[in-house]
Design a protein around this ligand. Structure first.
Ligand code: OAD
Length: 249
């Protein structure tokens, strides 16, 4: 395992250059430089007394649906104003450089799509989609009667964001596609994720077992740092553009 040495960047560029199949997993850290709060860094202001990991659960929604809906409304407002940062744009450029490139993200903020990536597997859903908490079907419009959360126009059940909460299963089709991308790649990049939430945390391990070179990019140590082939410490918005400009030369 190699760590944090800036001299490693040319070595990693060579590894990327000599392979075709690249899979990337991103987490909240890649959007931090766009101003979107991560899950495990302390919250500030209005929501500082709540733990995000305790709001993003079915139990929290059952106990206090208004609180959870309002937290997501707050997050949506922040995300609406956020723009992709140099890390997102670097990954969009990377997609064009590799014949087989898959981007798996745990983020629900659409910033990869806005940056230009097309082959994206969204593991945890999309914060701008809404579904009925009873029927589990997508709902696009509802009459605004002042209820918080608003109610489903078909069955009157409470609406909720179409995201995956802690303790909920990922849609099977999406998980299978992510597993396939992790097990068939030659290089796997894990970027800005704390690597503690399953099943996403297992994807780099699957890649390692299938002989891929696993490279972590994170501003801090994670459980993956000691297992990955390379662990680069630093901001994704700094490291990724350097990797991609090396590939372009
Ligand atoms: P976390 O908030 O757990 O972790 C963010 C990671 O990004 C941390 O390891 C930080 O060190 C790192 N980081 C922060 N800023 C960075 C930067 N500029 N460059 C590089 N790294 C940076 O977010 P996730 O790992 O995405 O799921 O969390 C996984 C899941 O847990 C989320 O998708 C969400 C949450 O509960 C659900 O809601 C189901």
């Amino acid at each position: 395992m190699h760590t944090s040495n800036p001299d490693l960047i040319p070595e990693i560029i060579e590894i990327l250059r000599s392979n075709n199949r690249v899979t990337v997993l991103t987490g909240a850290g890649i959007s931090a430089e766009s101003g979107v709060p991560t899950f495990r860094d302390a919250q500030t202001g209005l929501w500082s007394k709540f733990q995000p990991t305790e709001l993003a659960t079915p139990q929290a929604f059952r106990q206090n649906p208004k609180l959870v809906w309002e937290w997501y409304t707050w997050r949506r407002e922040i995300i609406k104003k956020a723009l992709p940062n140099p890390a997102h744009f670097a990954l969009a450029e990377m997609e064009k450089l590799f014949p087989e490139f898959v981007l798996i993200t745990q983020n629900v903020d659409r910033l990869h799509r806005i940056a230009g990536n097309e082959r994206i597997i969204e593991l945890h859903g999309d914060i701008f989609r809404t579904k009925c908490s009873v029927e589990n079907i997508a709902v696009k419009d509802w009459p605004d009667k002042g209820d918080i959360p608003p109610l489903c126009p078909h069955c009157g059940g409470m609406l909720r964001p179409d995201v995956v909460w802690f303790g909920e299963s990922l849609p099977a089709r999406i998980l299978e596609a992510a597993w396939e991308a992790a097990s068939s790649c030659q290089v796997f990049l894990a970027i800005g994720t704390s690597s503690v939430v399953e099943p996403a945390a297992s994807l780099p391990i699957v890649a390692l077992h299938n002989s891929a070179v696993v490279i972590e990019i994170n501003s801090q140590d994670t459980p993956l740092s000691g297992i990955a082939n390379y662990s680069l410490k630093g901001a994704a918005g700094d490291i990724l553009p350097r990797l991609v400009s090396g590939l372009n030369r």
